[in-house]
Design a protein around this ligand. Sequence first.
Ligand SMILES: [Zn+2]
Ligand SMILES: [Zn+2]
Length: 103
Amino acid sequence: MKKKLTLTVDEKLIIESKKKASEQGLSLSKIVENALKFYVEPQVYCFKCGSKFRINDAEICPKCGWYKCPKCSACACSLGEESARVAFYMRKTLMEVFVSPEV
Ligand SMILES: [Zn+2]
Ligand SMILES: [Zn+2]
């Protein structure tokens, strides 16, 4: 069931995102819906085996604090220094997008 959601967002941002969405043939509703879905139930791809998993189902590694892949149990511990840095900043980007450490 779809319901109307009223949001208060910066005016300039609304104009710019409407413009971009229409250029890409998307609706703002779809974009917001996707973002909210991810926010409620983040799903990520394992950097090692590539399988998609819900972080709500995953265990947290006590050593590195990352979600362990339920399939191959990879976490940041299994990354080299360089790769760990790449992954760290990717995650930091997501955390900023979703204003949440839960990614
Ligand atoms: Zn994996
Ligand atoms: Zn770890």
